[in-house]
Structure formats: C-alpha cells, structure tokens
Design a protein around this ligand. Structure first.
Ligand code: DGL
Length: 271
C-alpha cells in the first residue's frame, strides 16, 4: 500500500476530466492536481516549449511527494513523454494517448477513427502511431481543433454558445465526410464540451474520453507495484494552478459538480 498522492497535470481545466474518472473509480486515492493556466493553451506551442513546460510540471509534482504522475494532457504526452520519464526519476508516468487508442481500437467497427486534438498533438502523429500499432489497417483522420481550449478555459462551455457551436461544426464537418464511426476526444478539455461536439458530429459515432481512458492504466500500474492507496479511507484532494486561481476554481466546480476549493496559485517557473 502507498497512501501518497497521485500527481496529475494539464495545461488547465482539461485534466479534470481524468480527475472525475479517478474519483469515480478509486475514491480512496489522494491526488495533487496542477493546471498550468499561466501557459495554457499548450496546443499552439512547439515541441521544445512543451518539453520545458512539462519538465516544470513534473518537478513541481515531485516536490509534493507524489507516488506516480498522470499526464492528463495529450499535447504533453505526444510531445514530451521521454523527457518527462527522465524528469520523474523512476516514478511511474502514465500518459493519455495509448489508453485512448486502445479504447478506440476496441470500439472501432469500420476501422475509421477520427481524432480531435490540439495542433501540436496532430502535428506529432502520436495518435496515428498508437492506433496503427493496434489496428494496422485502420484509417485515421486527425483534426486540429484550436478554438476549443480557449473557449473552455474562459468558461464558455454552454452548448448553446454560438462561438462553441460554430467551432464544433467546423471541426465535425471533415469527420462526417470521412465516415468515422469512432472519434477520440484527443484533448482532455474536449469532454467538458462533449454535448456541443456530439451535436455537431451527429448520431452514430462512439466518442472516447482520453482522460477517463487513462485512469484504468494508471490504477493498473499502481496495483502492479503494490502502490494503491488505503481503500478504507477517502482520498485527499489538492489543487494548484499557475494563474487565474478564481476562474480555475469556479469553472472546475461547474464541471465537476463538487467544490474545487482551496486552490493554491504557484509560480511554476520556480520548479
Ligand atoms: N488538455 C490538453 C490536451 O489534452 C492541452 C490543451 C491545450 O492547452 O491546448 O492536449
């Protein structure tokens, strides 16, 4: 047993989609969550920039004595995984892409899988590689959706918001034309606006939530190391962000449906 917290990070609110799944599946686990809101969005950054930002996040989480790191950010997973593993000094580091690819491969009937993701994730080709390892014949269409993260971070998640509807429609068009039967929400922010995305995609497509998919992999990794927490007690929850603390708490509370309290703002550059 290991009762130390799990470290989870994202560029902002998106990783809360993994938190939601973790709290549902393993309520006894404690966690430390970091939203690097000072540097969001990550999706328009270069690989060297993402490597540097991800390194700060790992060093911060290590300073909180975590037992493992869940990289609840597709963009960091796609662009900086090797550097993060080095930075983590032997701690297990679980990303979101393999788990989401596996979930999609299980669902995909026709073998046509679309990936909605940030520009930096699409550019990396990480999803195509992960899916083809499992389904060599799969046809994959990756669509960059740059407007969604800024909308989510500014709290514009109402499916009736015209800007959200327009953006979702723009990204859904090529996916419908491609004839996908499975769509990976390959950015952890997107399940927060799932309703708008589903409405734009139309019926008949199975959606994969990359943050939620990764939680099973994380728990299996902990179990294999005999490092799950104490199932008889409730886990503790700590939240940190690197800017706009009040907005993070407010929007996080709206999404999770339980209070995101005592959020601490940190200077991430110091780590
Ligand atoms: N939520 C993150 C991801 O899964 C980062 C999005 C962003 O900051 O652009 O890719």
């Amino acid at each position: 047993m290991d009762t130390r917290p799990i470290g989870i990070f994202d560029s902002g609110l998106g990783g809360l989609t993994a938190v939601r799944a973790l709290v549902r599946e393993a309520p006894w686990e404690s966690f430390v969550y970091l939203g690097d809101t000072a540097n969001a969005p990550y999706g328009d950054k270069t690989r060297p920039e993402l490597t540097a930002l991800s390194g700060h996040n790992i060093r911060f989480l290590r300073s909180r004595d975590v037992k493992a790191v869940l990289v609840a950010c597709n963009t960091s997973t796609a662009n900086a995984m090797d550097a993060m593993v080095r930075e983590a000094g032997g701690l297990p580091v679980v990303g979101v892409i393999r788990a989401a690819a596996r979930a999609a491969a299980e669902l995909a009937g026709s073998g046509r899988i679309a990936v909605m993701a940030t520009a930096a994730t699409v550019r990396s080709g990480a999803y195509e590689r992960a899916i083809r390892e499992l389904l060599p014949e799969a046809e994959v269409l990756a669509v960059a959706c740059p407007e969604l993260v800024p909308l989510v971070e500014s709290g514009r998640t109402d499916p009736a918001d015209p800007a959200l509807g327009r953006a979702a429609e723009e990204y859904a068009g090529p996916i419908r034309a491609f004839g996908a039967d499975t769509v990976i929400l390959g950015c952890t922010h997107y399940p927060i606006v799932r309703e708008a995305i589903e409405a734009a995609l139309g019926p008949g497509m199975a959606l994969v939530d990359s943050g939620a998919a990764s939680v099973g992999t994380l728990l299996a990794a902990l179990e294999a190391r005999n490092a799950l927490g104490d199932k008889k007690s409730a886990g503790t929850r700590q939240f940190f962000c690197s800017a706009r603390r009040e907005a993070f708490a407010r929007h996080g509370t709206t999404f999770l449906g339980w209070p995101v309290e005592n959020v601490t703002e940190i200077d991430i550059e110091r780590y």
